[in-house]
Write a protein that binds this ligand. Sequence first.
Ligand code: SF4
Length: 366
Amino acid sequence: MRKNQIIVVYGDNPQGMVKTLLQTIKPEEQLPRGAKIGLKPNLVIGKPASSGATTHPEIVEGIISYFQAKGFHDLRIMEGSWVGEETERAFQVCGYRELAAKYQVKLVNLKKDDTVKRQVGDISLTVCSSPLEVDYLINLPVLKAHCQTELTCALKNLKGCLPDSEKRRFHRLGLHKPIAHLSAILPTHLTIVDGICGDLTFEEGGNPVPMGRLFAGQDPVLIDSYAASLLALDVEDIPYIPMAAELGVGETSLSAMEIVEVNPEAKTPGTFRLSRQAQSLAKYIDQRQACSACYGSLIHALYRLQEEGILGNLKLGEKGIKIGQGFRGVKGEGLGVGVCTRSLDLSVPGCPPSAREIRDFISKRL
Ligand code: SF4
C-alpha cells in the first residue's frame, strides 16, 4: 500500500468488510513475528456504535481474528474515554469487554496508564505510554462531526491517548494546535475509519447517518482531508489538519490521492432508520433504492447547506432531490444525485459523490 492511497470497502457487515480491507493491505507483511499490535478505537462515551458515537466492535473483532490467524497474538485494545466517562463502563457498554475475553486480548484503560512528556516544536505534551510502546498502532476512528472542531476522525481520535488532565489542557490550548502536535508525537501505522454510521452533528452520537463504508490509509492527514470531503467540510475549516501537514505528518492534497474501491459492486440499496434531525433533512429527498453510501452523503450535504442558511432557497417542486438505483434511465426535470440519476436534466456525478461535491453542486445553483 502506498502512502497516497485510501482503500475503500462498501457493505453492511463490518467484520467481513475489515477483513477484506486487511486482505488488500496485507499489514502483516511489514511486521516481525511477535510484534506488539495496538488497536485504538473511539469509545469516547459508553454508547453503542449504532448511536453514531463509537467504533463498531465487529471491526475490532475482524482485525483481531485476522491477525491471530496470521500468527500474531500480542494484541491490545487501548482507549481513554472523554473526561466525565469511565473507560471501563465504555468497554462494557460498547461490547469490548466481551470481545477481549473471547479473543484473550488485553484491554488497556489509558486513564490509568503511565505517562511520558514529549516536546514537539514549542509545545510539550503529556501522553500515555502504552500507545508509544507498541510496534504497530492501528487507529480506528469513527467518521463523525464534532461540535467544536467540525470533524473528528483520525487525528482527533488520538486525544484518547492522553490522561484526563491533558485532555482538559487541550481545550485550554484551543484544541487545534495540540491535536496537530499530538499526531507528530504519536505515529499511527494504519488508520481504518468506521464509516458505517457516524454522527451528523456531535461526537457523542444521537444522529447516526448511514454511510455504508470503511476506508483505510497510512497517512492520517490525508485520511482526515478525505473524511472532511465526505462530511461536506473544507479542510481550511478544520485548522488542525493543515497544521499537522506543516509538521510533516502527512498530506492534505486530495489531487495526489489515489482512491482504491475494493468492492464497488457492494453498494447496494439500503433501508434507513434516521434520527429526528436527519429526518428533517430527508424531507428534501426523493429516494428509490438508494445505497447508504450515496444517501448518507446527501444527508451530510443538506446539513451543511442548512448550516450555511441557504437550504431554504432550494426549489424542488413537490418531490425533492432524486437519488437511487430506481432512477436509472429516468428522464426529465429535476435534480438528482449520483450516476443513477444521470438521465435527469441536472445530476451530481459520482457513485457515490462525496457530500462536498453534492454541497458545491447544489450551492452553485441556489
Ligand atoms: S450512484 Fe446509484 S449505485 Fe452509485 S452509490 Fe448512488 S445510488 Fe448507489
